[in-house]
Design a protein around this ligand. Structure first.
Ligand SMILES: [Zn+2]
Length: 276
């Protein structure tokens, strides 16, 4: 699906890679933070300080996404699902699996680990921000406020039951546990994924027409991506099942299962504090 990107480091045996497209996300986030989020919420600083805060926040965001994907990868490995590694790309992060989860329970635990990690980072960031503000360091505190906010969004957004997002995997695991069939549970979960993708595309188009061009385009692109990913994932499960039934799966050097994907919603902030 993606080029492999540049290797950043190894985290407990997982290769963490940065795809060049991630730089677009980083630039967009930095720009919207320095131009809107920080000046409107923490007014009264020189402009250069907002850029330093923005750059520190982007570094924190990278770290947050890596930890989220690491949680998926770690639980997956503990449950016997071999992992390729972690890649950061334009919409967020991917934990690449080499195979389907062996059971509904394994899938559920692997999927839920990511959002839980994001909520944990949010709680720690929130406490740190409060501590820094109390210690008279509101500037650095602002960075942690942002990290508390973005990790909450990251956890919540990815819990939407839209396969192959985390929430969609939780949904698939639930249906799989009840029906005992991975194919029909994937079909239902991917249908929800496609519907959510179309919803994001429509919302994005609406936002763009309302004048929020960057935020609207971002929603539209994420919607397109989620819709494609959900359809591809379903086809992959069907394809695999067909080969397994013919006893051909083992003969193939498998390309891996559909990856665990996390998307990063980007809000273009109002520039209300920017007089002329
Ligand atoms: Zn995730």
């Amino acid at each position: 699906m993606l080029g492999r990107g540049v290797k950043l480091f190894n985290l407990m045996g997982f290769e963490v890679r940065l795809h060049s497209s991630w730089l677009i996300l980083a630039a967009l986030v930095a720009w919207s933070l320095a131009g809107g989020f920080f000046p409107s919420r923490f007014p009264g600083y020189p402009r250069i300080d907002y850029w330093w805060m923005a750059i520190a926040s982007v570094a924190g965001l990278l770290f947050s996404i890596v930890l989220h994907e690491f949680a998926h990868s770690y639980v997956a490995r503990r449950r016997g699902i071999p992992m390729h590694g972690i890649t950061l790309f334009i919409f967020g992060g991917i934990a690449e699996m080499k195979d389907e989860p062996p059971s509904a329970k394994a899938e559920f635990l692997m999927a839920i680990a990511g959002p839980l990690t994001s909520f944990l980072i949010a709680a720690v960031s929130f406490a740190t921000a409060a501590g820094l503000a109390a210690a008279g360091l509101p500037g650095i505190g602002a960075v942690f406020s942002y990290l508390a906010w973005i990790n909450t969004i990251l956890g919540l957004f990815n819990l939407v039951p839209a396969f192959p997002l985390d929430g969609g995997r939780v949904l698939r695991a639930a249906i799989w546990a009840i029906k005992g069939d991975i194919v029909s549970s994937t079909r239902i979960a991917s249908w929800c994924g496609s519907a959510f993708g179309i919803f994001l595309m429509l919302m994005g188009a609406w936002n763009a027409f309302q004048g929020n061009l960057v935020g609207g385009m971002w929603s539209f692109l994420i919607g397109m991506f989620v819709r494609n990913a959900s359809e591809m994932s379903y086809r992959q499960v069907l394809y695999r099942r067909a080969l397994e039934e013919r006893g051909l799966w083992e003969l193939l050097d498998s390309e891996g299962a559909e990856p665990a994907i996390d998307v990063e919603p980007v809000k273009e902030e109002e520039h209300e504090h920017h007089g002329v």
